[in-house]
Design a protein around this ligand. Structure first.
Ligand code: ATP
Ligand code: MG
Length: 578
C-alpha cells in the first residue's frame, strides 16, 4: 500500500543548525510537541520513547537519525528510551542482527532503559488483546484465502467488499481463533482481521489482518507459536505496554496512524501513546533500504555489512567515522515533516570537523620517490620534533627520524613545472615538514623515463623548518625516512555509487562506482604507525584521515583505511544552494 506523504509545509521543520555556539536553535516540531505535552502535565510530565528496529538487517545512517532523535528527546526531557526489537516476522529475523543492532546503538553512544525488549516478549499479552477485540465484536476470523482478501480490498477509487465471514458470531470467532493458536489449521487457511470499515478512504482501515498462521520457528519463542501478530497491531500495543509517551516513526506510517490509534483504543489498552511521524533520511550517492543493502552483501558487490563503503553503522565505523560525527550530522540535518535528500558532502563535512579536532597527525607517503640529501652524511641520522595536533596542544609532540635518504610523494616533484606549481623542481627550494629547507640540485630517471631519484641540499641553519633569514618558501612537503618508514597497505575509498540517485534509471547495482576502492601497497608510513591499534584514527598530513582497519591491521604490517580526504566540498555546495 502506498504511503500518503505529509502535506507540504505541514509542521515544517525548523532546522537545528548545530553550528553557531551560544545560540539555542528553536526546537523542531517534535520537541515542540513534547514540550507542550509536558507543560500540560500529560502523563505526569513523563517522557518515554523507543527505538524499534526490525532485526532483519544491519542498522544504517537512516536509523542513526531515528536513534539520535529518540534517545535525544528522552535525555533532554529526563525521560527514558527503550531498545525494542520488532520481531513479529519469524521469516526474516536472525540473532546475528539482534546483536549487531545492540552493538551499533551502544557504539553511537546511547544506553537504553533496562534490558533490551522484544515485541515477542508480549506475545501472550498481544494474544489477550486480540481476544478482547473478538469479544467486543471488533475482530473476526476470516477464512478467505490471502488472494481473495487482496482482491476484495478495493482500490483508492472503489470501496472494498465485505467478507462472507465478517459477521461470524463472537463465540465462533473465539473458538476458531483459539484453534488457530492451538495449531489445528494449516498455514494460510484463516486470518484474524480487524472489523473496521471496508469502505474507508484509508485502505489501512479496510479490515486489516491482525494475525496469521505461520509455522516457522521464532528466534526467541521457538515453536511456542504458530500464529504471529502483524506489525501495526503489535507495534501499537507494544508501545502501550511499555508506556511509550511519544512513538516517533517515519512518514510512511502517517496513514497507519488511525489504525495505530484504533488498535490501542479498541483493545482497551490502558496506556495511550501518541504516534508522531517525521521525514526519513535520504542521502545522495547511496542507498538506505535494507533490501538493497542486503543485495549488495549477498551479491558480493561489497565484502559484507561492515564493508567500509557501506552506509551501515558497522561500515561507517570500520571506515573510521567517529560516532560523534554521526550524531553531529543527524543533529545538523534536523527533523522535518517533508522528505528530502541530504547531500553526502554534509556527512563528510561532519566527519572532517570531528577528525580535525581529534586525530593525531602523522606523515606517510602513498606514491614514494627517493629524495637524497647530498650534504647529509650517509651514516648519520637524527630525530625531529613533530607536533601531534595543531588543534589540540594537549596532544603533545612525537619524534620522527631523519636521514640522508628520504621518500616524498611523486606528485610533489616536476621536472619542468608550469607557473602555478610551487612544489619541488630543479633549482627550487621547499620546506620538508618539521625538518629542513632543501633546494633541488638534480634528479635521475630509470630506463623507462620515470624519475627514480631526486637530489637536494639542505640548509643546516633551517633545522625545524624555519628559514634563518625569514626568506619565503612557498611549499611544505611531507616525507618519511626511507630507512625507518614502515610499508603499509592503504585502502583508498570513493563513493560506492557514481550517481546521486542510484537506481533512478534502472537497477541500482548498475550505478555502482567501479573505482570505489583502490588498494595501495606502495605506501610508507613513519615508524610511529606501529603504535596504532585496530580502530585508531590518524591524519596523514596532506592526504586525509585514516583508521587502522579493525579486522586486518597488524602493528608489523599496517592496514589503513582512508576515511575521507582533506578537501571539503560542503562549503561550496552550501554556498551554491544559498
Ligand atoms: P529500511 O527501509 O531500511 O528497510 P525499516 O524502516 O524497515 O528500514 P526498521 O528496522 O523497521 O527499518 O526501522 C527502525 C526504525 O528506524 C523505525 O522507527 C524507522 O522508522 C526508522 N528508520 C528507518 N529508516 C530510516 C531513515 N532512512 N530515516 C529515519 N528513520 C529511519
Ligand atoms: Mg520497517
Amino acid at each position: 500500500m502506498k504511503a500518503v506523504r505529509g502535506k507540504e509545509g505541514d509542521g515544517e521543520a525548523v532546522k537545528r543548525p548545530g553550528s553557531a555556539p551560544g545560540t539555542d536553535p528553536p526546537p523542531d516540531f517534535i520537541r515542540a510537541i513534547v514540550a507542550a505535552d509536558r507543560a500540560a502535565g500529560k502523563h505526569g510530565g513523563r517522557v518515554g520513547t523507543r527505538f524499534p528496529p526490525e532485526p532483519n538487517g544491519f542498522l544504517h545512517i537512516g536509523h542513526a537519525k531515528s536513534i539520535v532523535l529518540n534517545f535525544g528527546v528522552a535525555a533532554e526531557n529526563g525521560g527514558t528510551c527503550n531498545l525494542r526489537y520488532d520481531d513479529t516476522n519469524p521469516a526474516k529475523e536472525e540473532a546475528l542482527y539482534v546483536e549487531s543492532i545492540a552493538a551499533d546503538v551502544r557504539w553511537l553512544g546511547y544506553r537504553w532503559e533496562g534490558p533490551r525488549k522484544f515485541a515477542s516478549d508480549y506475545f501472550d499479552r498481544l494474544y489477550e488483546f486480540a481476544e478482547t477485540l473478538i469479544r467486543r465484536g471488533k475482530a473476526y476470523v476470516d477464512s478467505l484465502s490471502a488472494e481473495e482478501v487482496r482482491q476484495t480490498r478495493g482500490t483508492l477509487e472503489t470501496p472494498g467488499t465485505e467478507s462472507p465471514y465478517r459477521n461470524r458470531a463472537v463465540e465462533e470467532n473465539l473458538d476458531l481463533f483459539r484453534r488457530m493458536r492451538a495449531g489445528e489449521f494449516p498455514d494460510g487457511t484463516h486470518v484474524l482481521r480487524a472489523r473496521i470499515d471496508m469502505a474507508s478512504g484509508n485502505l489501512n482501515l479496510r479490515d486489516p489482518t491482525l494475525y496469521r498462521i505461520r509455522r516457522l520457528g521464532h528466534h526467541r519463542t521457538g515453536d511456542d507459536w504458530c500464529i504471529y501478530p502483524m506489525y501495526d497491531f503489535a507495534h501499537a500495543l507494544s508501545d502501550s505496554i511499555e508506556g511509550i509517551t511519544h512513538s516517533l516513526c517515519t512518514l510512511e506510517f502517517e496513514d497507519h496512524r488511525p489504525l495505530y490509534d484504533w488498535c490501542v483504543a479498541e483493545s482497551r489498552a490502558e496506556f495511550v501513546p501518541r504516534q508522531i511521524e517525521f521525514a526519513r533520511l535520504n542521502v545522495s550517492y547511496t542507498v538506505l533500504s535494507k533490501r538493497r543493502l542486503l543485495r549488495l552483501v549477498s551479491e558480493g558487490h561489497v565484502s559484507g555489512w561492515d564493508d567500509p563503503r557501506m552506509p551501515t553503522i558497522a561500515g561507517l565505523r570500520r571506515r573510521g567515522v567517529p560516532p560523534a560525527a554521526i550524531r553531529a550530522f543527524c543533529e545538523r540535518v534536523g527533523v522535518a515533516k517533508r522528505d528530502s535528500t541530504v547531500d553526502i558532502a554534509l556527512l563528510e563535512h561532519a566527519v572532517r570537523e570531528e577528525l580535525n579536532r581529534t586525530s593525531p597527525r602523522r606523515m606517510g607517503v602513498l606514491d614514494p620517490v627517493r629524495l637524497v640529501v647530498e650534504n647529509y652524511p650517509e651514516e648519520d641520522d637524527e630525530t625531529l620534533d613533530a607536533v601531534n595536533n595543531p588543534e589540540d596542544p594537549a596532544a603533545g609532540a612525537r619524534r620522527v627520524p631523519f636521514c640522508r635518504e628520504l621518500l616524498i610523494e611523486r606528485a610533489d616533484f616536476m621536472e619542468d613545472p608550469p607557473r602555478k606549481f610551487y612544489r619541488l623542481a630543479p633549482g627550487r627550494e621547499v620546506r620538508l615538514r618539521y625538518a629542513y629547507l632543501v633546494t633541488c640540485t638534480g634528479f635521475s630517471k630509470d630506463e623507462s623515463g620515470r624519475v627514480d631519484e631526486i637530489r637536494v641540499r639542505l640548509d643546516p641553519d633551517s633545522r625545524g623548518g624555519d628559514a634563518p633569514d625569514g626568506r619565503r618558501v612557498r611549499a611544505t612537503l611531507h616525507w618519511v625516512s626511507a630507512r625507518h618508514a614502515v610499508p603499509a597497505t592503504v585502502r583508498l575509498y570513493d563513493r560506492l555509487f557514481g550517481v546521486e540517485t542510484p537506481g533512478r534509471d534502472g537497477d541500482f547495482t548498475d550505478d555502482l562506482n567501479p573505482d570505489s576502492m583502490r588498494v595501495n601497497r606502495e605506501a610508507r608510513i613513519e615508524p610511529s604507525v606501529r603504535d596504532l591499534n585496530p580502530g585508531d584514527r590518524i591524519q596523514l598530513e596532506r592526504l586525509g584521515y585514516f583508521v587502522a582497519d579493525s579486522e586486518d591491521h597488524l602493528p608489523e604490517s599496517p592496514v589503513l583505511n582512508r576515511t575521507v580526504s582533506l578537501r571539503d566540498t560542503w562549503a561550496r555546495i552550501a554556498k551554491r544552494a544559498r
